[in-house]
Write a protein that binds this ligand. Structure first.
Ligand code: F6R
Length: 608
């Protein structure tokens, strides 16, 4: 999510890494900084805000160096402030570190360091990593060995770059899960979190694999494994143009963000499941959860659809009465909320005007509020009594995809947290945690349906109407799938629970209409089959999504798409959004639509 750049060579390294950061601006960020080696010190300049703030500081100080690193931060642990911006020093300012990812066990490591007398300037997990590496970096130990030993103490996702004025001819990088790519130049070498940053300087690059530690000097790049064994890089030439590279090789941000979903699930879970249980930090104390007797979920658009998934969970798993409101209806309605209600606000941007107004209304009535938000430091994240970050990374496409998946995962974590606290009878938290652990793999596997969804999309690009139908969680996912298709491909849709179709919408079925049925829930599948037959009897075409173990629809639907099956009906329905997002994307592409910026729509709706 964050941008990383590092350079060693003959040019002014500060100028190079600042330019590289600019090329990563499309990722989104809220603070930035640079560290450079000069004689017997490491200088650091950093600022909250846009790169122009950092640029002003560089302009004023005019630092010159041949070795520098730079970082643009998208806040996760700690708000977007000057102190929390990277780079971070270790305790003795012997090293400076930049980091992309989340150190899951940072609290544990921090407590140990505090007991040993370390003090911290920021709230970040990154500064803890800097102190751990600095502690290993004692006389006689090389910087790469210090990094190698330190990373073995850390759990989570990371891509690090470290420099030291005590060893001014190298930068050392390590990665686990967060991407790092090295660029090979002539008398200069570099590292970045993403290829576009490197392209103006070199087209010869190599991807660092997990558990690799790379030492980058002017003349060469050496790589070892965590056990110290020498490893080989496999450099290749990049032939993309720079604009394409910003999208990581994808044609659109929407497609890139759909493909990011396995990593998004991993990130939403990072540090939040432990053993057989859920470990959500910083929520209400246990007695508050005992007191809460009703939940109201308040959100707009896609976030509202995630809220419906939350209702399913809270009512089915916790038997906790839950209502879901559109923010605009809540704020001007007369909602009945008591002091024992919990108001949950779901928002990607954290700035949606109606949601923010509804939040302020709840606060004025002294209702407890909980945010589920993607953008750290946003108004909703700050103003809610408690907030759980979805940690999905910046979402650039106007149509929300990965944020929805992250919101649904966080809602499941929240439901399991409440079940743990209340010891809700009959809830098998351990089993559901295991399903969550496996879910990243299911989302990854569902991406392999891409070519099939493209084929279906091309068949139905001219459909005059597309129905989206399902029952239970499948019905909620259908609403989201319909929204995706109408907003990016401008195709009229009709969405409703499958059982409701006969009460009116069935009148719209005629030859040429496509009906997409979510049928991943085996408990109600037979009922849904009757609805499929009703559509076919009137000339409609039935596309059914079911789980991979089910063959009952093979002879019923006109076309069947099979998604990976997990143990939980909620997750089975959720994974089916991935092929449906791809369907919307490819219909829009076939129709030549402006996919990332659909007409009439804005990413963040900050007006009523
Ligand atoms: C649809 C979409 C919108 C947003 C809605 C709420 O793809 O992106 O419907 O979900 O505007 O925005 P946030 O989540 O930022 O409050």
């Amino acid at each position: 999510m964050c941008g990383i750049a590092g350079y060693i060579g003959t040019r002014n390294a500060v100028d190079v890494v600042f330019d590289q950061l600019k090329r990563l601006e499309y990722r989104g960020y809220d603070s930035a900084g640079v560290a450079f080696v000069q004689a017997d010190r490491i200088g650091i300049l950093k600022r909250a805000g846009k790169l122009t703030q950092l640029g002003g500081l560089i302009e004023q100080e005019k630092p010159e160096a041949n070795l520098a690193i730079a970082h643009s931060r998208w806040a996760t642990h700690g708000g977007p402030t000057d102190f929390n911006a990277h780079p971070h020093y270790d305790q003795q300012a012997k090293i400076a570190l930049i980091h992309n990812g989340i150190i899951e066990n940072y609290l544990e490591l921090k407590e140990e360091l505090v007991r040993a007398g370390h003090t911290f300037q920021s709230e970040t997990d990154t500064e803890v990593a800097a102190h751990i590496i600095g502690r290993e970096y004692v006389e006689g130990v090389s910087l790469e060995d210090a990094v190698r030993k330190a990373v073995q103490k850390m759990r989570g996702a990371f891509g690090f770059v470290v420099i030291s004025h005590l060893d001014p001819e190298k930068l050392v990088c390590a990665r686990n899960a967060s991407p790092l790519v090295v660029g090979l130049g002539e008398g200069e070498n570099m590292v970045a979190s993403d290829i576009p940053a490197l392209l103006p300087y070199t087209r010869r690059v190599a991807i660092l694999e997990n558990d690799m530690v790379a030492t980058v000097t002017r003349g060469e790049i050496k790589v070892i494994g965590l056990d110290g064994r020498k490893l080989e890089l496999s450099p290749f030439e990049v032939d993309w143009d720079i604009a394409a590279a910003e999208k990581g090789g994808y044609d659109h941000f929407m497609l890139k963000e759909i493909h990011e979903q396995p990593a998004v699930v991993r990130s939403a879970l990072a540090g939040r499941i432990e053993g057989h249980g859920v470990a959500l930090q910083g929520l209400f104390s246990d007695h508050v959860w005992q007191e809460i007797d009703r939940v109201v979920i308040i959100a707009c658009g896609t976030a509202f659809h995630a809220g419906l998934m939350g209702k399913t969970l809270f009512e089915r798993v916790l038997q906790l009465p839950t209502d879901v409101y559109f923010s605009s209806e809540f704020r001007y309605g007369e909602p009945v909320v008591s002091p024992r209600s919990l108001a949950v606000f779901i928002s990607q941007s954290g700035e949606t005007a109606d949601s923010l107004a509804a939040l302020r209304l709840c606060k004025s009535r002294r209702i407890r509020t909980l945010g589920i938000v993607n953008v750290v430091g946003s108004s909703i994240a700050r103003e809610c009594d408690r907030t759980i970050m979805t940690q999905a990374g910046p979402e650039i496409s106007v149509a929300s995809t990965k944020a929805y998946t992250a919101q649904c995962i966080v809602l499941l974590l929240l439901a399991l947290h409440i079940a743990q606290v209340k010891e809700t009878p009959g809830v098998r938290v351990g089993n559901m945690v295991q399903d969550l652990r496996n879910f990243t793999g299911y989302v990854q596997a569902s991406l392999s349906l891409e070519s099939e969804m493209r084929e279906v999309a091309e068949m139905f690009q001219d459909a005059k109407l597309v129905f989206f139908l399902g029952r239970n969680a499948d019905a909620h996912v259908s609403l989201e799938a319909a929204l995706k298709l109408k907003e990016v491909a401008y195709v009229p849709t009709q969405e409703c629970p499958a059982g409701e179709m006969k009460h009116g919408p069935l009148a719209l079925i005629e030859p040429g209409v496509l009906a997409v049925f979510g049928a991943t829930d085996s408990d109600v599948r037979e009922k849904t089959v009757s609805n499929m037959k009703e559509v076919q009897a009137r000339g409609g075409y039935v596309l059914a999504l079911t789980t991979e173990d089910d063959s009952s629809l093979d002879s019923v639907a006109d076309r069947v798409v099979k998604v990976p099956k997990s143990g939980s009906p909620y997750l089975n329905a959720l994974v089916s959004i991935v092929p449906l997002q791809l369907l919307a994307y490819y219909v829009a592409k076939a129709r030549g639509c402006e996919i990332d910026q659909p007409r009439n729509l804005a990413k963040s709706v900050t007006v009523e």
